[in-house]
Design a protein around this ligand. Sequence first.
Ligand code: UN1
Length: 529
Amino acid sequence: METRAQPAGRPTLVTRNVIGGAPRDAADRYERRNPANRDDVVSTAPLTPEADLREACARAREAQRSWARVPAPQRAGVLGRLAALLRERKEALSRFVAREVGKPLREARGSVQEAIDTAEFFQSEGRRLYGQTVPSELPMKELFTYRRPIGVVGVITAGNFPIAVPSWKIIPALLCGNSVVWKPSDDAPGTAALFAELWERAGLPAGVLSVVHGRGGGCAGEHLANQADAGLLDKISFTGSTAVGRRIGEICGRNLQVPSLELGGKNPLVILADADLELAVEGALWASFGTAGQRCTSAGNLIVDRRVLPTVRDLLVQRASALVIGDPLDEGVDYGPMINQRFLERWIEQRTIGVDEGAEPLLDGRRIAPDAAPAGFRGDAARGLYAAPRIFDRVRMSMRVAQEECFGPTVNLVEVDGLEEAIAAANGTPYGLSSAIYTRDAGAMLRFKEEIRAGMTSVNNSTTGAEAHLPFGGNGWSGNGTRESGIWVLDSYTRWQAVNVDLAGKLQKAQIDLAEASADGAPPWPDLA
Ligand code: UN1
């Protein structure tokens, strides 16, 4: 892989597209800068023109045919080698992820581990990938089901989990015998190039995974989605905003394809009056401010019973004020910078919206400036995109700040009276990704699990931190009901084939050539003619 020295600091990774197994540059390129230090060019990448995207999809079609013929346990062998390579390079990759997207090193290690877990899970799945044997209603006839690959899958991913989330899609898609054209986030082209390189070293045949860099709207991301209209893609798997997810859903819908859409969230975390408040506040703090609030599973609304709200409020403000913000490579920080300028601006704008609506900022939550850094700040405020924690009090569910997703270190306190109101508030947004409840009451746990509309629910744990082998995904504006991870994702990357084998040597007609059941001894049926 090519690198370029910088006058000061670490080298820049110069990435290329990988199309049909060969590196490819483009006339236009862009730079990705370290969000903790805008002087550091972490990587550069091509801005892929549409013609190259089309070619990538066409080449992926050719590669898919032979890849699907490789027995599944052998395809899974590539995943075993990938897991081993990721493990060997976990520290170096984690450091690069921290530098490229600003994730604290501890979390960056966790996100690389999530990809390792996923590769290991699906390595073993390659020896199952079960179909069924089904009894036939006719003699000398056998029925079977098989999982078959879908074809060419377009994968479009976000920058906040630049290895983990792509691995949730690419690993099962390839295991199932599909080929993939991947448009990684323009916030993480270097991480994507390193991940793609490991696939190659793991022995994935050329052309089965293509990587095409660039921006989203009007650029490579949009061009890739449009290939479904051109008949060059059979499926799209997307993680990102609800607005873009809708557009992708429309393209897929008119082509009668089912996309996998993992979209936004406005995740509720409920604290009931009987909860262990220390534990609840620790969970709320991690859910709201971990990763600087830039997870689709981050908590947006803390829905707190009025009896314990004063205690929760005090504890939360006290703990959030003590959070250490700074350089993600510093092992001691709680959170690092915002991933990009756009997220930072949206988060700043959301403060004005909240204040105008009457929300009361208990912690003000502004961009950290060199002359006004919070105590204990450990970054370079002049060069980094840092944000101080924001807590809004007196938020009602009807307010925009309670309804709209905001990627950033911000959380709302919503007062409720008892379980009924808590569940109503938790279900009171159009989203439905993750959710959490803190209580010691088994009955309340059960009611919450049954009535919450979210796809994922934690009891006495935070809204984030889903494990790699449970179904991940949401309802409503959070997705179209497809799930990633574990055995459930196999349904997203395969189609069921039903096969019947007739050994009777004569035509047998289903539903017709059946022996009549005897009705001996039954009373006569009335003549209705
Ligand atoms: C995301 O933010 O897109 O559950 C994924 C979690 C992580 C994945 C988040 N395992 O918070």
